[in-house]
Design a protein around this ligand. Structure first.
Ligand SMILES: [Zn+2]
Length: 239
């Protein structure tokens, strides 16, 4: 049987699907993975991306952090792609219970998804470190240099930086959703990449599916592996 037909059959049969998505879901909305550096990057920043997006860097070199963050991590004009839209449709029809994502762009919510567990936070939530006042992404993106609150405090994005821990309740809710799911679809990331690798240990359901452009040998743990664009694959599913 064709792999897409097989996926369609699994989805038809399942009532409690959870989707776990990685960077590949966003790259199809033209949001580049900030970890992938290019020639332009090397001219602009003398540090590896993982270092620039660390807690230490945010505290000590706030201006360079924000220069990188605004240019390389905030893509406010991006639109949801076929994968985001299909997942929202699946939730709306009662088949899908949660989207767990490592992406910070808010595209799942823009597509209409309600139960979105954002492991790494969101560019759309920003708080003054001094008084706690909320600011939206547009304010941060359009501010000159370091974004500051009207009280003078420095604004920090609600995004999990390197050296910072993931939010405990987001992890708990993610694990709870996976443990109850009858089908788990991992998309835009490989099965072996953290935290997907540790999360699947909680899955007790029937179908584990990996949809990712590049595969790994351990993806064989999955019941179905599709090495294809996530938007193309999910976009072709009928709910
Ligand atoms: Zn303030």
């Amino acid at each position: 049987m064709d792999k897409l037909q097989e996926l369609q059959g699994m989805i038809d049969e399942s009532q409690n699907i959870v989707f776990f998505g990685g960077a590949g879901v966003s790259t199809e909305s033209n949001i580049p993975d900030f970890r992938s550096s290019d020639g332009l990057y090397n001219e602009q920043y003398p540090y590896p991306p993982e270092q620039v997006v660390s807690h230490t860097f945010f505290v000590k070199r706030t201006e360079m952090f924000y220069d990188f963050y605004k240019n390389r991590m905030m893509f406010l004009d991006a639109k949801p792609n076929a994968a985001h839209l299909k997942l929202a449709e699946m939730e709306n029809s009662g088949k899908l219970t949660a989207v767990i994502t490592q992406n910070i762009d808010g595209l799942h919510q823009m597509a209409g998804s309600k139960n979105v567990l954002e492991l790494h936070g969101s560019v759309h939530r920003n708080y003054c470190q001094k008084c706690g006042k909320f600011y939206d992404a547009k304010y941060v993106k359009e501010s000159e240099g370091i974004p500051r609150c009207e009280c003078g405090g420095i604004i920090k994005p609600d995004v999990v930086l390197y050296e910072e821990g993931l939010n405990g309740s987001t992890i708990q809710n993610s694990i709870r959703a996976i443990a109850k799911a009858d089908m788990l679809i991992i998309g835009g990331t490989s099965l072996v990449v953290y935290p997907a690798a540790s999360f699947i240990d909680y899955f007790r359901g029937k179908y584990l599916v990996v949809i990712n452009k590049s595969g790994t040998s351990r993806d064989r743990q999955a019941d179905l592996c599709i090495q294809e664009s996530i938007g193309k694959v999910l976009g072709g599913i009928h709910i």
